[in-house]
Write a protein that binds this ligand. Structure first.
Ligand code: FAD
Ligand code: PYC
Length: 427
């Protein structure tokens, strides 16, 4: 029997207490894998490089919306082990420009129904995202953004300091700090979700539609003839294909260099950390660009904390201790009561940043080679929208209305989509 979404339902057997017990004691031998761990074929109609959120979403929409099912997702490590695994899952669409509102709100609309569509619990929580202002200049900028958001139909409101405290009781709004909270934007529909569930849900659905998910398969080179892509060379052999879609986040420039394409992207470490779990205390997401810290609380109870990028460029998934030391100092100004909590883990991802802090979703001078990257510190929130419009571009060889502002041409025409302010994580 298929569920509403067309995917096999979770069976009663999977949920029963007895089966849980049996699997626990018996070494988990009875679980059905969520997706087929495919061996690569010799040829595909399209190859997606990168098994993060955006890559799996792209493959799913290629199959579902464009009937392209002879597709492989090639992932050099394990599925969702890159930035997808490392990000803090803040979802919002409160960007300044029309082009950004279009793509990030497109994603927001898809998030709303994604768990149901994939028949996978992505733990979507629309708990609200606040971006704090600490001085008059910042308040003016953020109020302008609220107005721009409203004109684009994006839900946004301005809160004064008292309203900030009402919405988020643990926050410190005292005047007696370096950066007093004087107000905030609030996007009530913003929130967080579960990163691995999103990747696994997309992978399972894509695999169910016939897409091959191939892990431990690194793309080492791209073969070209007559100005067009012909194959990818991988650690598991050469695979012929007329379409290569790169969705490799921090490694986008590395893939592009395989076909001698230089991109205006720089890659930096971005760190995050979590505390020990505590009872629910933080009801929403709080971000502050000025003090350089943001925080939410996971369903497990951990505080999930982050800040701006490490300023040096690097492909290592690690950062400097001084960055997290400063971000914790900043966080404690906002929440002094967290000072005695223990931090449990910290890590970094590699983020790919364009000069205007907006993504690239584009054809390239090489026929059949497509790029989706440059999402920088803020691509998670775009995952479904990005995959949806990129699949459309790859299938039809032309960008749709939402993707059109994000082609490579903007770096020569100068039609940039300058979103450093709304990126909300300093870089
Ligand atoms: P990835 O998961 O990085 O996927 C790319 C994949 O490509 C990787 O799995 C990689 O192994 C694979 N790959 C690379 N090279 C090759 C190759 N040669 N062959 C095969 N495979 C290859 N965004 C938000 O919107 N909200 C947030 O709260 C947020 N927080 C963040 C916090 C941190 C600490 C970090 C690091 C990022 C954060 N981001 C956030 C940004 C977000 O994580 C990224 O923009 C987004 O995840 C990138 O898309 P992806 O999931 O497809 O990337
Ligand atoms: O874009 O909202 C965001 C974000 C939060 C943390 C990292 N990026």
């Amino acid at each position: 029997m298929l569920s509403e979404s067309g995917h096999p339902p979770m069976t009663a057997q999977r949920y029963s207490l007895l089966s849980l017990l049996r699997e626990g004691i018996g070494g988990h031998r009875g679980w059905q894998p969520a997706w087929r761990n495919a061996e690569p074929k010799q040829a595909y109609d399209a190859v997606v490089i990168g098994g993060g959120g955006h890559g799996c979403a792209t493959a799913y929409y290629l199959a579902k919306e464009h009937g392209l099912t002879n597709v492989a997702v090639l992932e050099k490590g394990w599925l969702g082990g890159g930035n997808a695994a490392r990000n803090t899952t803040i979802i919002r669409s409160n960007y300044l420009y029309d082009a950004s509102a279009a793509i990030y709100d497109h994603a927001m609309q898809l998030w709303r129904n994604l768990g149901r569509e994939l028949n996978f619990n992505i733990m979507m929580s629309h708990r609200g995202v606040m971006n704090l202002a600490h001085d008059d200049g910042e308040a003016r900028q953020l109020k302008r953004r609220v107005e721009a958001n409203r004109l684009n139909g994006v839900d946004a409101e301005w809160l004064d300091a008292r309203q900030v405290k009402d919405f988020c009781p643990p926050i410190n709004i005292s005047d007696n700090v370096r950066y007093p909270v004087i107000g905030a934007t609030l996007q009530r529909s913003g929130g967080v979700n579960r990163h691995d569930a999103v990747v696994w849900g997309y992978a399972r659905a894509a695999s169910g539609l016939g897409v091959d998910i191939v892990q431990n398969c690194e793309v080492l080179g791209i073969d070209v003839a007559g100005g067009a892509v012909t194959a990818v060379r991988t650690t598991r052999g050469t695979i012929k294909t007329p379409k290569v879609a790169s969705v490799t986040a921090g490694h986008t420039s590395v893939i592009a260099s395989m076909v001698d394409l230089r991109l205006p992207i720089v890659s930096h470490p971005l760190q995050a950390l979590v505390s020990e779990p505590v009872k629910p205390i933080l009801p929403c997401v709080v971000m502050s660009n000025a003090v350089h810290a943001y925080c939410s609380q996971s369903d497990k109870g951990e505080l999930v904390i982050g800040a701006g990028i490490d300023l040096h460029q690097s492909y290592t998934q690690r950062g400097g201790f001084h960055v997290i030391e400063e971000e914790i100092a900043a966080l404690l100004e906002l929440f002094p009561q967290f000072s005695r909590m223990k931090l449990m883990r910290h890590w970094a991802g590699t983020v790919d940043i364009c000069p205007d802090a907006s993504p690239i979703i584009s054809k390239t001078p090489l026929r059949g080679f497509y790029i989706n990257g440059g999402w920088g510190t803020g691509g998670w929130k775009a995952t479904p929208g990005s995959g949806h419009v990129f699949a459309d571009l790859v299938a039809n060889d032309a960008p749709n209305e939402i993707a059109a502002p994000y082609t490579l041409e903007r770096f020569t025409t100068g039609k940039l989509v300058a979103e450093h302010g709304a990126a909300a994580v300093a870089h």
